[in-house]
Design a protein around this ligand. Structure first.
Ligand code: ADP
Ligand code: MG
Length: 331
C-alpha cells in the first residue's frame, strides 16, 4: 500500500512537472479517440492533446505505422515478407522490422524455455483444418510429422537473410501486434503527444499517466461473464492478455489458436494470461509464453524477470499473481 501511495504521488508530481514544462495545465487538454480495424482485430488509439489538428495527424501517422508492419508480418497476404519466408524457406534482404521480429521471437523462445515458438505454424494449420475431428491415432501421426518442422533454433538470421529449414513455416501472431503497438507509440511521441493509450485487441501500451495525473485503468475481463476480475492501473507501461476463450476451432472448445510446442496440441491449463511490462512486444510475447507454461512455471518465469508482472487464470478459474502485481491493483 505504501509503495502504491508513493508511486501515485510520484505520478502526480511528474504530471505537474510535465504540465509546467509544457506551460499548460491539465484543463488545457482534450481527449481524442479513433478506432480502425487492423491486424485481424480493432486498434483503438486515445490521445490527450491541446488541439485536434495535432491529435488527428498523430493518430493517422500511428495507424499508418501499424499498417506498414502488418503488411510485412501478416501471413494472410501472399505479398508479405512473412509469406515469402514461408513459401521459400528463405528471405533475402529482410526489412528492419522483419529482422527485429524474428530475432526477438528467437529470444523469447529462449527466455520461455521453448514455450514461445513462432514455428508452430504447420501444427496450427492442422488444427485449423479440422484435426480435432480425427481419431487420437490420426492426430498423433499427423502432429508427429508436423512437429519435425517445429523449433526456433532452426531459424537462421544473418545480416542480409532469414533462413528456415525446408518446409518450416512461421506465424508472428503472438508478437507482431505488440511490436506494432510499440512502434506506433514512438510515432505518437515524435508527433508531440505525451499522454496516450494504444490498444490492439488486448495488447495495450500507455504513455504518461493522463494529463490530470491519474492512471490509465485497464479492466481485465472475466472469462465467464461481463464483469472485470481486476482493474490494472498503469502509466508508461504495457499490458497484454492472451486468452483462448475467444477463439476455438471446435465445438468442444478444446482446439484453439495457442499451441503448446512441446506436445503439438492446443495449450491446456490456462484460460487467460496477462503481462504488465515496459514494452508491448515484451508483454505480448510473454503473455503467450506464460499461457503455454501454465500457472506454476509461468508465474515462476515472471518472478525471475525484472520489471515484469503477471496475472494468470487457470482452467479451474483460480487466479495466480506474480510477486509485485499488487502495486498495480487498487482495492
Ligand atoms: P491473441 O492473438 O489472442 O492476442 P496471442 O498473443 O497469444 O493471442 O497470440 C496467439 C497467436 O500466436 C496465434 O494465433 C498464433 O499465430 C501464434 N502462436 C500460437 N501458439 C504459439 C506459441 N506457442 N508461440 C508463439 N506463437 C504462437
Ligand atoms: Mg501474445
Amino acid at each position: 500500500m505504501i509503495k502504491y501511495g508513493l508511486r501515485f504521488l510520484a505520478t502526480i508530481i511528474l504530471s505537474f512537472m510535465l504540465a509546467a514544462t509544457l506551460g499548460c495545465s491539465p484543463g488545457d487538454y482534450s481527449r481524442f479517440e479513433e478506432t480502425r480495424e487492423m491486424m485481424g482485430t480493432f486498434v483503438n488509439i486515445i490521445v490527450y492533446a491541446q488541439d485536434s489538428g495535432r491529435a488527428e495527424k498523430a493518430m493517422g501517422s500511428a495507424f499508418e505505422k501499424i499498417s506498414q508492419i502488418e503488411a510485412i508480418a501478416t501471413i494472410f497476404d501472399d505479398e508479405s515478407e512473412a509469406s515469402a519466408l514461408n513459401a521459400n524457406a528463405n528471405l533475402s534482404n529482410p526489412s528492419e522490422h522483419m529482422s527485429v521480429l524474428i530475432t526477438e521471437a528467437k529470444n523469447y523462445n529462449q527466455i520461455s524455455g521453448g514455450a514461445f515458438d513462432i514455428t508452430v505454424q504447420p501444427v496450427l494449420e492442422l488444427w485449423q483444418a479440422g484435426l480435432w475431428k480425427e481419431t487420437e491415432e490420426v492426430q498423433q501421426e499427423m502432429i508427429g510429422q508436423a512437429m519435425e518442422l517445429v523449433g526456433s533454433d532452426k531459424i537462421t538470421v544473418s545480416q542480409d537473410s532469414i533462413e528456415l529449414e525446408e518446409g518450416m513455416r512461421i506465424t508472428l501472431g503472438g508478437i507482431a501486434k505488440g511490436y506494432a503497438v510499440d512502434r506506433a507509440m514512438e510515432v505518437l511521441k515524435q508527433e508531440g503527444i505525451n499522454f496516450a493509450l494504444i490498444n490492439a485487441g488486448g495488447d495495450i501500451m500507455t504513455t504518461g499517466p493522463k494529463p490530470d495525473g491519474s492512471y490509465w485503468a485497464i479492466a481485465l475481463e472475466d472469462p465467464d461473464g461481463d464483469d472485470s476480475i481486476a482493474v490494472i492501473n498503469v502509466a508508461n507501461k504495457a499490458v497484454a492478455t492472451s486468452g483462448n476463450y475467444e477463439r476455438y476451432f471446435d465445438p468442444d472448445r478444446e482446439a484453439h489458436h495457442i499451441i503448446d510446442p512441446r506436445t503439438g496440441y492446443s495449450s491446456e491449463g490456462s484460460i487467460s494470461a496477462t503481462i504488465i511490462s515496459n514494452s508491448c512486444m515484451d508483454a505480448d510475447a510473454l503473455a503467450t509464453s506464460i499461457f503455454v507454461l501454465g500457472p506454476e512455471r509461468g508465474i515462476d518465469l515472471v518472478n525471475r524477470l525484472d520489471g515484469v508482472e503477471a496475472l494468470l487464470i487457470d482452467e479451474d478459474r483460480n487466479i495466480h499473481r506474480s510477486n509485485g502485481l499488487s502495486k498495480y491493483i487498487k482495492n
